[in-house]
Structure formats: C-alpha cells, structure tokens
Design a protein around this ligand. Structure first.
Ligand SMILES: Cc1cc2nc3c(=O)[nH]c(=O)nc-3n(C[C@H](O)[C@H](O)[C@H](O)COP(=O)(O)OP(=O)(O)OC[C@H]3O[C@@H](n4cnc5c(N)ncnc54)[C@H](O)[C@@H]3O)c2cc1C
Length: 549
C-alpha cells in the first residue's frame, strides 16, 4: 500500500521518546504541523533519566506538561559526596522560591513520557502514529520521502524536514550511512529501583569506596512514589544473570539499606557510551537526542541535553517553514548544538577518569586527592562525582551579535549566548501588577528587554515583517519606578515591574537593552540603548539570522 500525500507534511519526527515528543510539542507551539512515527506503542520501561535541570522545565512549562511533572516530582536542593564514611562535598542548589522553578528535580522517565503524551493527545497539530517503523529514507532539494512499516502494511510519507529522535540505535543514522564515532567504557553499572522507607535524607548522595562496594562507587537518588534508585559500579566482568540468582541481589541491597522491607520496582545494568555524530544536519534531516549523541549521564546530560537540542531546532524550523528566514538559518543548529554536546563529552570523560581511573596515573591522582581531603578541605574541589549540567553558552555561535553601543566589553552576567536568568518580577495585566517569573514571558519569539531610565521609554519597533505572527518579536519594558504605565504608552508592549531582582540578574543599568532569542538565549545587548542603536542591532539580526523582511 502506498499513501503518498499530494502536499508533504511540514515536519516528520522519527521516534516518540522524550525527545521526539518534545520536538513535536515545541514545533506545534510555533505553529508547525508534525507527523510523529514510533515503532513501539509504550513508554520507557523504567525510570532511566530521572534527573531534570530547571532549564528543561521551562520547555515543559511552555508545552503545558509541567504541572503534572511538578505534582509528581521530587525537588532536590543538596547533593552530597562521600569517600567511605567521610563527607567531602556538599553542593547546595538554590531552592525554588518566588515562584521560580527548581534547579533540579527527579522524576522517572516513564512518567515524563506519559505527561508529554497527554499534551500531545490534546494538540491538533501533532499526529502521533504508534507501531509505525521508519525503514527507508530518500531526500532531494524538494523534501524527504520516508518508507514506513505500519500494522496495515508499508506506506510512504513525504516531509519538508525530518527530525530524527530514534534513540541510541537510530536506524535513520544507518539509513544515511553515518558512523557514530566515540567509545564505550568497560565498567558496568547496576541500577536497582526499590520502594522502601529508608532513613535517608531525600537528596542524592554519591559514595566513593563505600564499605559495601569497596573500591567502587554507589549513587543513590530519591524518586517519587517512595522509590529510591541505587546505582552500583560493578566492574567490567559483571553478569546480570548470575546477579539475579536467589538471595544474591537481596544480599547486595540489604548490605546497603540494612534490614528494611523493600520491593524491587525496576532494575537494569548499563555501560557508559561517549559517542557523537560528526554533523547533526544531513540535508533536510536533523539528528537530536540519543540519535545524535550518547553521553555518560553524570550531571543530567542525556535526556536534558536532547530537550535543549529540539528547543534550539524548533523555532528555527518554524521561521524557515513560515517563510521568515532562509534555510541557511538551519545550519546554526549544528553550529550551536554540536559544540554543546562536545562539551558534555569532555566534562563526563573527565568525571569517568576520576570515577573509574583508567591507569596508574589516574589511580594515583585520585588517591592523592582523597588523602589531601583529610587534611585540607580545599582539596574537595578536585573530587569529581559528576559536574551538574548547565545549558551551553553559544559564545561562538554565528547567531550571537557582538555587544553594541558605547560599551564593547560587558562585565558580569549573563554572557552573550547564555540562557537568560530567571527572576521574580511583576507584569502589568488588566490594570494591575501580577507576580510572574521573568522566564515565563520568554519563548514565544524574539524578546527585547529594555530597562527604562526614569521617564524614558524606548518606543522603537522592529523593521516590519520579522516573525509574521510565528516566532515574532515583542518588547518588554522594565519600568524604572512602580506605578501604572502612563497613558499613551504603546499597548503591545509588556510592562514589567521589578524590585531590582531583574536588573540584578541581568547586571543591568537604566537604559540597557537586551535581545533574547525564542529559546531564551541572549543574542545581543546594547548600552546605552538608542533608537539608532536598536535599529543597527536589528540589521545585524536580520543579516546573521538570514531573516527575510
Ligand atoms: C540507566 C539510564 C539512566 C539515565 N539517566 C539519565 C538522567 O538521569 N538524566 C538524563 O538526562 N538522561 C539520563 N539517561 C539518558 C536518557 O534516558 C536518554 O538520553 C533519553 O531516553 C533519550 O531520549 P530519545 O528520545 O533521544 O531516545 P529514546 O528514549 O531511546 O527514544 C527513541 C524512540 O524512537 C523509537 N524508534 C526507534 N527506531 C525507530 C524507527 N526506525 N522508527 C520509528 N520509531 C523508532 C523508539 O521506539 C523510541 O520510542 C539515562 C539512560 C539510562 C539508560
């Protein structure tokens, strides 16, 4: 059976794992229709990616999935690292306050997928087809033709662009004949999720050389439903089958938790892989998530970084498909996300060398660090139990616009190319100030943020045509003094009031102007802002983003 459509779907997403579903939701948010194929018809078989960083919670909030996620999740604010029974490092993360999102939460991947799917089911722009396996791919200048095995037989699907989210074993990669260069670590790890009432603080803890796993590591993480993840480093010769023998697994678990009732919810053994496609864009096909990169998940880098891939790609595809930018903009996806994923590999390789020293030198170094820690607290800076992930800073991106105005150097935060910070503020709505967090207004399109000096308002508007409704531009003005915006100020402007938190977060002075991309990264800034300066910045924007105006 062949079902070649007369007009192709705008985007086909291959794979409905967490990254494929997020891709479809992000594209729908920007008004793009997708067909999503998944060869299976179920969610992840267990907890897998549990740790989620605040920056991806922003993405989930925009898709409407965050409420369900937060109702279930465990928020954590402390991470402890031990050597034997000695505490070496305590990381304190900012607690969510003023309505801000937590820095980290834990939630089993199967729940995350379920909540994403609930949003997809309500989204008319997404057509998700389970039990549809993509088995063939051909592309030319006009588009892509996919061959798909379905329960009713084989069909063809045309698309203008394809987002490959088909996971670590990506068939899309193989269909395009692509290598997946990198390496795999020899040591195995065993994850056992247990439901138990443990007398532990409900925060993650990492142990080097724990008495019950000498010479190796143990990591524990609290999860919702009274579940704990225990993750043992078990060496290169580990055999799961023999570990499952009667009493053996029980003895392992009991050695760590003591004589407490427990129930095994899920278990899995795995090895770490560090692999990176050489390019993430191949013609009209874009690779994201595990299909593009595999990384040891220390510091929450697997699923988290895949979500940031598709957040990066979706608005660019929307601008191109909406006719507001030339396809040249899409090349910035690889230019930005490849270095981001390379950084993940570098950071986790370093962790791996500390956690599982590959040779005598690294063993000696680790031993020296632990010994030094006993006499000097400062040595704990060299203890590497996994550096927590932060969104990549697109400093060298072709899209980042150099500082404009009199001030070419700009000390402080945020850096150009960095995700903009969050802060409590108030938004003028229906004749009153309503409390919001700043990042709540980020993400619809380009956002200009102007810190108005007293009695000043930058009334500049964009050259006509940018965004044309999709991924459009909006100006937000931070009022210098409280009180209602004075009559006569433009109505299509967002007015923000802030008791200084926003200015502090941006290191801003009255008169500063910041230009923020649809994915929340800072792309340009101007000090002091003027009509001419802003106009010049938009000229750069049009040029560097290949915008059509
Ligand atoms: C034990 C473990 C712990 C982890 N912990 C963390 C963590 O704490 N934090 C973190 O960020 N990450 C973590 N990860 C990584 C995380 O699970 C993955 O990065 C994430 O699942 C990747 O999502 P994905 O959508 O790219 O791929 P997948 O989840 O693998 O989804 C791919 C989808 O594509 C479908 N598919 C495959 N081939 C085809 C085809 N030809 N046609 C149609 N559909 C197809 C599959 O059915 C599947 O639904 C962990 C992973 C493991 C194994």
């Amino acid at each position: 059976m062949f079902d070649t459509e007369a007009s192709p779907t705008q985007v086909v997403v291959i794979g409905a794992g967490p990254i494929g579903m997020t891709a479809a939701l992000e594209l729908a948010r920007h008004g793009i229709r997708t067909v999503v194929f998944d060869e299976d018809d179920k969610f992840a078989d267990g907890s897998r990616a549990i740790a989620m960083h605040g920056s991806i919670l922003d993405v989930f909030e925009r898709s409407g999935a965050l409420t369900a996620i937060m109702e279930k999740a465990v928020v954590w604010t402390i991470r402890r690292t031990y050597h034997r029974d000695r505490e070496l490092v305590v990381q304190h993360l900012p607690a969510p306050d003023d309505g801000r999102l937590p820095t980290y939460i834990n939630l089993q991947q199967n729940y995350t997928e379920q909540y994403l799917y609930q949003r997809i089911a309500d989204q008319p722009l997404i057509d998700l087809r389970w039990k549809h396996r993509v088995v063939g791919l051909a592309q030319d200048d006009e588009g892509v033709i996919l061959t798909v095995d379905t329960p009713e037989g084989q069909t063809e699907q045309r698309a203008e662009y394809v987002v490959a989210c088909d996971g670590a074993r990506s068939l899309t990669r193989k269909l395009l004949g692509l290598e997946f260069p990198g390496h795999s670590h020899a040591d195995a790890f065993l994850i056992v999720d247990i439901r138990a009432d443990l007398p532990f603080e409900r925060q993650p803890c990492f142990f080097f050389d724990h008495s019950t796993n000498p010479g190796s590591t143990i990591l524990i993480h609290p999860q919702p439903d009274g579940v704990w993840r225990i993750d043992w480093q078990v060496g290169a010769n580990f055999d799961l089958e023999s570990e499952l023998a009667p009493n053996r697994m029980d003895a392992r678990i009991r050695s760590f938790i003591g004589d407490v009732p427990y129930e095994i919810v899920w278990l899995s053994s795995y090895r770490f892989h560090q692999r990176l496609l050489e390019r993430f864009q191949h013609g009209r096909v874009f690779f994201t998530g595990d299909a593009a990169h595999l990384v040891a998940p220390f510091g929450a880098r697997g699923m988290n970084s895949g979500v940031l891939d598709v957040e990066n790609l979706a608005w660019k595809l929307a601008l191109v498909l909406g006719g507001s930018a030339s396809p040249a903009l899409l090349e910035s996806y690889d230019a930005e996300r490849w270095p981001a994923q390379k950084e993940n590999q570098v950071v986790t390789d370093r962790t791996m060398k500390f956690m599982v020293p590959p040779n005598g030198w690294h063993r000696l170094r680790r031993k020296a660090v632990f010994t030094l820690c006993q006499v000097w607290k400062g040595a704990s800076r060299w203890v590497d139990s996994g550096k927590m992930a932060h969104p990549f800073v697109y400093t060298k991106s072709p899209l980042t616009i150099a500082n404009q105005g009199g001030r070419r150097k700009w000390p402080g935060v945020p850096r150009l190319g960095e995700k903009v910070p969050d802060a409590a503020c108030a938004c003028w709505k229906a004749g009153d100030w309503q409390p919001i967090r700043f990042r709540h207004i980020v993400g619809a399109g380009f956002l200009g943020l102007y810190f108005a000096p007293a009695n000043g308002l930058l009334t500049t508007s964009l050259p006509q045509g940018i965004g044309e409704g999709r991924t459009a531009y909006q100006l937000a003005v931070v009022q210098a003094e409280g009180g209602a915006p004075s009559p006569g100020q433009p109505e299509d402007v967002i007015y923000l009031g802030s008791a200084g938190e926003l200015a502090q977060a941006f290191g801003a002075q009255p008169g500063d102007f910041f230009l923020i991309r649809p994915d929340g990264h800072l792309t340009g800034r101007l000090r002091p802002a003027s009509e001419e300066g802003v106009a010049e910045m938009f000229e750069r924007l049009i040029e560097q983003y290949h915008l059509r105006v």
